[in-house]
Write a protein that binds this ligand. Structure first.
Ligand code: SAM
Length: 245
């Protein structure tokens, strides 16, 4: 998977050198290129921003250096890339979007700064706009890193244990069941007996029931999208009954 990021703060992406993304960069499952619009600002002070026409607060990223940086990134892509602008005005990025990103293989991400980018850039270069949530970041870098991290987890071989992806919350459309590790008892709280039983069928049943129940409690919107089979409906009914006790 190839990501080219257009950013005024390429140094922030050192954070991706850690953990799963770092390992994926080393093994070249993930390839990351960074382009700084400042390197393409061929004016006296390498200026990349200017005041908004019509007045108002803050500065706007100028179209010329940004477009030149995007075009340089596009040229370096191994496959014709999709160009994505990170914006609070975009559609909400989620697990499904990450799966779609993975299938595209090459993506250029544009991280805005200041009050955002000159609108004409959207018409000239941008294919899609994605947001990571209904709040305003100071810049698109953290959004870009979020999308890169989420997508990297889906690259076959990126995680140590292949089952991890399919067992993650949301991958199956459900939240993940509760998890425990040693010690068996802590602050008078003990690990559920079934997990110590060694009975794999019972453990699977318990986990599915907990995943259904947790999703029912916390994310009924997700559960509404699922068509539960008879067994799953029975487990959920059991969970709900247990809640009433
Ligand atoms: N004035 C802009 C607006 O109201 O739409 C927000 C500008 S914000 C301070 C600077 C940059 O951060 C944006 O251009 C965008 O690239 C990025 N950004 C901010 N919030 C974001 C979000 N929720 N998702 C993705 N990118 C975001």
């Amino acid at each position: 998977m190839w990501f080219g990021v257009v950013t005024l703060f390429p140094e922030m992406f050192a954070a991706l050198d850690c953990g799963i993304t770092g390992r994926s960069i080393k093994t070249e499952l993930l390839q990351l290129g960074l382009w700084n619009p400042r390197d393409y600002a061929h004016n006296k002070h390498h200026t990349v921003d200017d005041r908004p026409y019509g007045g108002g607060p803050g500065m706007i990223m100028m179209v010329e250096p940004l477009q030149a940086a995007i075009q340089a990134a596009k040229q370096a892509a191994p496959k014709k890339p999709v160009v994505v602008h990170l914006s609070p005005q975009g559609k909400h990025f989620n697990q499904e979007t990450a799966t779609a990103f993975l299938s595209k293989e090459s993506i250029v991400l544009i991280a805005g700064r200041y009050e955002g980018i000159d609108e004409r850039l959207l018409e000239l270069e941008v294919d899609e706009e994605w947001s990571i949530g209904d709040y305003i970041l100071s810049g698109g870098e953290l959004a870009a890193m979020t999308m890169i991290d989420v997508t990297t987890r889906l690259i076959p071989g990126a995680l140590g244990h292949e089952d991890s992806v399919s067992q993650d919350s949301l991958s199956s459309g459900l939240l993940k069941y509760p998890q425990y590790t040693r010690p068996e008892s802590y602050a008078e709280l003990t690990v559920p007996n079934v997990l110590l039983s060694g009975n794999h069928q019972a453990i699977e049943r318990w986990r599915l029931k907990q995943a259904l129940g947790k999703t029912w409690l916390r994310r009924p919107d997700l559960l509404a999208k699922q068509s539960l089979d008879e067994f799953q409906q029975r487990l959920l009914a059991e969970f709900i009954q247990e809640q009433k006790k």
